[in-house]
Design a protein around this ligand. Structure first.
Ligand code: AMP
Ligand code: MG
Length: 389
């Protein structure tokens, strides 16, 4: 058996960063920018007023100064004439500054009578946004980077209508088991509902993958082979269940019959020991354990890092966080243990029942406490490491 870290190394060797594709800005949010984006203009492209008021020469601004209003500059409609001594231009937020003016007296500091205005307040700053004050032509948004809504707004402002992003990894998900039916179906007396495929699909899509949920495979070689056939074209094929050594665990034999080069089988972790992986043609293949919590935790620990690597975000694993235990914990055994826990008020409460079939406990958890192999007993107040969910 190998450690979690060794298993991850094997998994990374089964995949490669994916190529880029061009997408319109409306589809860019959440994607990974793969080539630097470059501003195609200055913003603002001209010196602009930041307030509604009157544009004047700063040298003429003083208490009680009077001006004659000789024109107007509005957003989208600049004033093109000249401003002489003692003259002002009515101006609005976002409007280009007239060539001869460098100061905007806000309208609250003015009294107006006909075409005449008088400064009655005490003007402070100039209320002018300089040309290029936000960014200049050539300013770069550097890759790689997950594009947030804030980045999309900036790209639009830079007049960048399309961006090069990493193609989404295509992942085929195959649940296996004679006992499984889909949610909404009428289960027979010995049947349960397939849950893992749904949880994993949601998790992997959130990380940027394009997930295809294939029909449930039955516990026969033929059914599994058919399912693998349907997975053709995927970058990563994930099976769930059937990976142990029971008489009905046929994922191993099925992959063998299809010529998979196995990278490893079994990892020193709890839950999730019967994990298998390898290469099937061009695709990576990962066989997850069937127990729902094992499958979801293996998704977090192994599949999410694979997706990040395929997206071009590298293979670094985010550092664990740390907080004191709320209650005593017994010693850990020989396998790294990922324990469902709740972090609140700066303390970690580990749930008592860690059975790997209990999705209700996983759903209440917001963290996985990571106990190293052979970690001794820990007292309340001692710090432990955790992975936020
Ligand atoms: P297996 O690894 O196939 O022996 O499955 C281990 C346990 O997980 C069994 O109790 C299965 O019924 C259950 N199981 C397997 N696959 C799924 C699934 N997709 N959704 C929910 N439970 C599953
Ligand atoms: Mg099974």
């Amino acid at each position: 058996m190998i450690t979690v870290t060794e298993a991850r190394k094997h998994l990374f060797s089964l995949i490669s960063p994916l190529p880029s594709e061009d997408v319109p800005l409306v589809q860019a949010a959440g994607r990974v920018l793969l080539d630097d984006a470059v501003a195609r203009r200055d913003q603002p492209p001209f010196a602009a007023s930041s307030m509604d008021g009157y544009a004047v020469k700063s040298t003429e601004v003083e208490p009680d100064a009077m001006f004659k209003v000789v024109g107007e500059s509005a957003a989208g409609h600049r004033f093109t004439g000249h401003i002489g001594a003692g003259q002002a231009i009515r101006i609005f937020t976002g409007a280009p500054m007239p060539d001869d003016a460098d100061f905007v007296v806000i309208q609250e500091d003015i009294t107006r009578s006909g075409d005449l205005i008088t400064i009655t307040g005490t003007p402070g700053k100039d209320n002018v946004r300089p040309m290029g004050g936000d960014f200049r032509t050539g300013t770069r948004i550097t890759a790689p980077r997950i594009l947030r809504p804030e980045d999309v707004a900036l790209l639009a402002s830079m007049n960048v209508p399309r961006v090069a992003v990493t193609r989404r990894p295509v992942i085929a998900l195959i649940s296996t088991g004679d006992e499984l039916v889909m949610p909404g179906e009428d289960p027979g007396p010995d049947q349960i509902i397939a849950s893992n495929t749904f949880g994993l699909k949601a998790m992997l899509e959130q990380a940027g993958a394009d997930v295809r949920m294939l029909p449930i495979a039955r516990d026969t070689l033929a059914s599994l082979q058919t399912a693998f056939g349907l997975a053709a074209g995927a970058d990563l094929v994930i099976t769930i269940g059937g990976a142990s050594v029971g008489d009905h665990d046929l994922v191993g034999p099925a992959t063998e019959s299809l010529g998979m080069e196995r990278a490893f089988y079994k990892v020193l972790m709890r839950p999730g020991k019967p994990l298998m992986a390898g290469k099937m043609g061009d695709a990576a293949m990962v066989g997850l354990p069937g127990n729902p919590v094992s499958a979801m935790i293996c998704g977090v620990v192994f599949i999410l890092p694979m997706i990040r690597a395929m997206l071009g975000l590298g293979t670094e694993i985010p550092a664990l966080q740390s907080a004191p235990l709320a209650t005593d914990q017994g010693p850990n055994g020989g396998r790294e243990h990922y324990m469902r826990a709740l972090v609140t008020g700066g303390k970690v409460t580990v749930f008592d029942n860690q059975d790997s079939s209990l999705l209700s406990v996983l759903s209440q958890a917001n963290a996985l406490v990571v106990r190293p192999a052979n970690d001794p007993a820990r007292r309340a107040g001692e710090a432990v490491s955790f992975l936020p969910l």
